[in-house]
Structure formats: C-alpha cells, structure tokens
Design a protein around this ligand. Structure first.
Ligand code: MG
Length: 372
C-alpha cells in the first residue's frame, strides 16, 4: 500500500453551554484540526488532535501537516508506522524546532491517521488490532459538569444528574478558585449530593503553588477525593514529588506532557499515581502505548486525558491492560461515524474497523472551518 495524498480539515465545535472555565482556561469551542491520508488501496485514514479552538493556531497546525510532514509521507507504505513515526519525529530540520507543541500535535494527527489505515486494512477496530480484550469493562467518569464557572447550585444539579440519570460511577470537578475555601465548600456540597459510593475527582489545572497545594491538598481526604489532578505547574517534578509525600490523596497528571521522556521523569521520581497520557498531545497512539507500558512497569493505572474527546482513547483503553477507566466529555460526539458512547457507567466497545477517528461529511459541513 502507498500513501497518495494528504488533506487537512478543521472542526470548530461549541462546548457545553457555550463557555466553560477551569482555573486556567476559558473555552467556547473545541478545535479539532486533522488530516486525511489517502492511499492507493482506497483506504482513507483520519487523524486529528484537540485544541482550545484558537483558529490561527489550528491553521498553523494544518499547515505544518501539509508543509512539513506530507512531503515525507507521500509514496510511503502507511502500514510501517514505527518507521514513519521516527521519520517525522526525527526529521532533522524539525528536531530542535519541533519536539513539542504544534509539531507534536501535528505528529499525533498523522500517527492517528496511520493507525486508522492499519486497522481498516485489517478489518478490525484498533483495540483488537492492538491485541485488546473484548470483555474489559472501561468505567466512565463524567468531567462535563464540574466546571469552575458553574454556580454551586448548577454544579450540584449537574453531578446529581450525571449519577442519577447518566449512570456514571464517578465525576470530576474543577478546583483552583482564587479563594481555596470556595473549592472546599464545593467539594463538600458535591460529596454530599453524590453519596459515599460515587468516585469524586478534583482538577486544579496546574493553578496552585506548593504551599497552597499542601494546605488544600491535606483537606481533600475529608471528601474522599480519588485524585487531585494537576495540582502544580505542569513540569514541576520536585514539587509533585513533595506533594505526593505530604498529602493523603493520590496525584494525577500527564495532559500537559507531550513526550515519553517527560513522563519518565515523573515516573522515575514517583511523583504521580494516576498517569494521564493523551494520544493527541503525545506523538499519537504510538507514543501513548510507550507511556502506558512504562506506567504499567511501575504498576500504576493509566487514565487517559481525552483531548480527542474520547474516540481514540476508548480504543486504547480496550487495548491496554493498565487502562481501565476514562473521562467522559461529549462535545465532539456528533462528529464521528462511530461516536464514543457510555452506557450505565461503562464505555461501549467500538466495533467498526479503524481507529474510531473517521469524521462524518455532515460534521465537516456543519463545523468545518477553512484550514488556511
Ligand atoms: Mg485535567
């Protein structure tokens, strides 16, 4: 099989209620810049990444795919993913300009599209191609209800609905308010409404410094918080290590780490408990698998961050023994041929051949933006 051409696309999809906030970000649209890799076998591979919907950045990303990566891919065999991944990631002119950031996101787009081709060529969903487990149960926890700009009443109403109507066995809420006491009051209110059996996670999105994280972190066990996510600045290995040793609540992180090497530093320091790689911020499924294997070697659970809005991470969860739960955010569900679905608190196993990344024509018409 040969790659014949590469196209790009850009989805721009409104988020819940038109605006969500955490301690660090304000988001009105989720961006999904991506690519379609065409082959001489007629198979089309779809890959994309997830952004906060900044159109100028998303367009640069599309240009990166077309201008830098496409010439390296045309004429190649798309099934040789490891070789092509190295060819792109180690392409000499881009090594020092492009190991992180936009180039990494562009690499993930390409990598996902290659895996989509490989799985379609095999006639299998990706999880099966990777040797997964059809009988696994992937627990879904709902993130889309705990935003920091929600009033306490709306927060409580949303988590109640998630549990009572949605069937979720876990919810995540944002913390990192200017006044830490607001966070503690909201945690108390949520724990009260969901009861002791439902899992409750908290996410500070890197907002706290170590003294604040220590002060609030020590209170989290009062509300049986399953993990505190990104309590500190994303790259602060020593700070997370100190926190892990000082509070009684596990620490989760990884959504801002975009290489295997960055994960290695946290894992080596035992500065994380729940490992949260994101295949669309790393260099795709290829590097996600490397991180997941490394976490497994430390006997730590992998709970992916879903910058892809779940499509690829449902596949990797069914594929990998360290990954048994996943967050639920439904913003892009209407865009895919086989949307990721949670039922009675668990993800439904994908069945169609491919990586789950194929976007519908209707979604491109409805949410598509010019890529330049
Ligand atoms: Mg997070």
């Amino acid at each position: 099989m040969q790659i014949t051409s590469i196209e790009t696309f850009l989805l721009h999809v409104p988020v819940t209620n038109g605006r969500i906030e955490d301690s660090t970000h304000l988001v009105t649209h989720w961006g999904a810049p991506g690519c379609i890799i065409n082959t001489d076998a007629g198979i089309r591979g779809f890959g994309y990444t997830g952004t906060h919907g900044h159109l100028a950045l998303d367009r640069i990303l599309c240009q990166y795919v077309l201008g830098v990566y496409a010439p390296l891919l045309e004429g190649e065999d798309p099934l040789e993913i490891q070789r092509l991944w190295s060819k792109l990631a180690l392409f000499p002119p881009s090594v020092w300009t492009g190991r992180h950031g936009i180039s990494r996101l562009a690499l993930s787009c390409v990598d996902l599209a290659l895996w989509d081709i490989k799985a379609k060529a095999a006639g299998q969903p990706l999880w099966k191609l990777l040797g997964g487990d059809h009988a696994k149960k992937i627990e879904a926890y709902n993130t889309d209800g705990g935003w920091l700009n929600w009033s306490e009443q709306r927060l409580v109403d949303d988590v109640r609905q998630s549990v009572e109507e949605g069937g979720f066995r876990g919810v995540k809420m944002k913390v990192g308010s200017e006044d830490g006491n607001r966070d503690l009051a909201r945690l108390e209110a949520v724990r009260k409404v969901i009861g002791p059996a439902v899992k409750l996670m908290a996410d500070a999105n890197g907002r706290w410094d170590l003294p604040k994280a220590l002060r609030i972190g020590r209170r989290l066990k009062d509300f049986d918080v399953g993990w505190i996510e990104e309590p500190l600045w994303y790259d602060d290995v020593a700070g997370h290590q100190a926190l892990v040793q000082s509070i009684g609540t596990p620490v989760a992180l990884g959504e801002q780490l975009d290489t295997l090497d960055q994960f290695e530093r946290f894992l080596e320091a035992r500065a994380v408990h729940f490992v949260q790689p994101d295949a669309v911020r790393l260099g795709g499924v290829t590097e996600w698998l490397q991180v997941a294997d490394r976490a497994l070697a430390s006997r730590l659970p992998v709970v992916s961050h879903v910058g892809d809005m779940m499509q690829i991470h449902v596949q990797t969860a069914f594929a990998h023994p360290a990954s048994n739960s996943l967050e639920y955010i439904p913003w892009l569900r209407g865009c895919f041929v086989e949307p990721a679905t949670a039922k009675d608190g668990y993800f439904v196993r994908p069945e169609l051949p491919g990586a789950g990344t194929e976007v519908t024509r209707e979604a491109l018409d409805l949410y598509g933006k010019p890529t330049q």
